[in-house]
Design a binder for this molecule. Sequence first.
Ligand code: ADP
Ligand code: MG
Length: 379
Amino acid sequence: MNSIAKEASISVAVRIRPLTPDESTLRKIVDVVDDRMLVFDPHSSSSENPRIGRHNKRHKEHKFIFDRLFDEDSSQSDIYENATKPSIDAALQGYNSTIFAYGATGCGKTFTISGTPESPGIIFLALKDIFDYVSQNSNEREISIQISYLEIYNENIIDLLNIETNTKKLTLLENENSEIIVNNLSKYNVSNVEDVMDLIIRGNYNRTVSPTEANLTSSRSHAVLQVYISQSPILNDVMENSTKSVLSIIDLAGSERASATKNTGLRLHEGANINKSLLALGNCINALCDNRKNHHIPYRNSKLTRLLKFSLGGNCKTVMIVCISPSYRHYDETLNALKFANRAKEIKTKVVRNKTTVMKHVGSYMKIISDQKRKIYEL
Ligand code: ADP
Ligand code: MG
């Protein structure tokens, strides 16, 4: 690794989902000013909108500016092209990249990340671009794409693609390059989008889902898809670089408080653990925004923050998509999510292209090896 670290900010995009039919009679609490500015609870203190609230608290207008703001009419490809495409391009250039969706249950995280067969989300659109890149560059580069898919549920890490270890809890380790890795996590070679989607469907079948009062199909866990991209030159007449990068696409569990779902027993315990991870995420974000030198960042307080350590404060280009509802019903959740997003945009990360220089003579050996490999596959 021999690149100079470049400072980058976490890019924060907010997506407002459309009102659902049962919300149509409720007051809208967000007003989109332009593609960056949003007003929360506009004119709330004017006489037209009396100060009435679920908890009788004083409503107040807030203005927020984000890197990107997507209104109710935004399409999946609007989000992909404008909020996340630069991260995919960066991953293909050898930078680690993370995209994560944050927000309360029912506000559009899974729709944004996974989408539906009619409106595929970021995973499908990203992988499609990645495989287009592979086919366009296959004459010059040996490119391998692998994926892993895990879930963090009740502070346990579960491999969604390996039924054998599915019941086992995996541990996190820091390797010699100070990267966080999940011990024994299975990785699959993939060569087209269909391979990936088949694996994800299989993985989703193994996910831990349960009905709660907040959302009947809400998932109580964090789902993490990782795409490992490794590239090395085939041609031996140029001195080129090999790169290895990881693209992480994360669908976080709902950010609402456990109390909002009126859970008891096991569900409450789950809620507390989800909050532990998301609380830890919030605490890390607060600490990262604090510019004091050598300020301690409490990554170790949860599995999620340990796993996201480099996405938040290290060598990674990170995009956070905060999904919100425009409806009065989600007043507190939306305000909390917007405040969280507002803090996150202060974070600076140091990004480095993960390259290793391949000398000419090494390049020629690699050409021989790749020719041999091809012959083996052709047999
Ligand atoms: P979350 O994962 O945050 O709990 P979902 O993504 O499951 O929320 O969204 C809840 C419901 O709203 C789903 O039925 C989903 O299809 C729908 N939905 C969310 N965002 C949008 C959107 N931008 N356009 C259309 N429907 C959406
Ligand atoms: Mg979801």
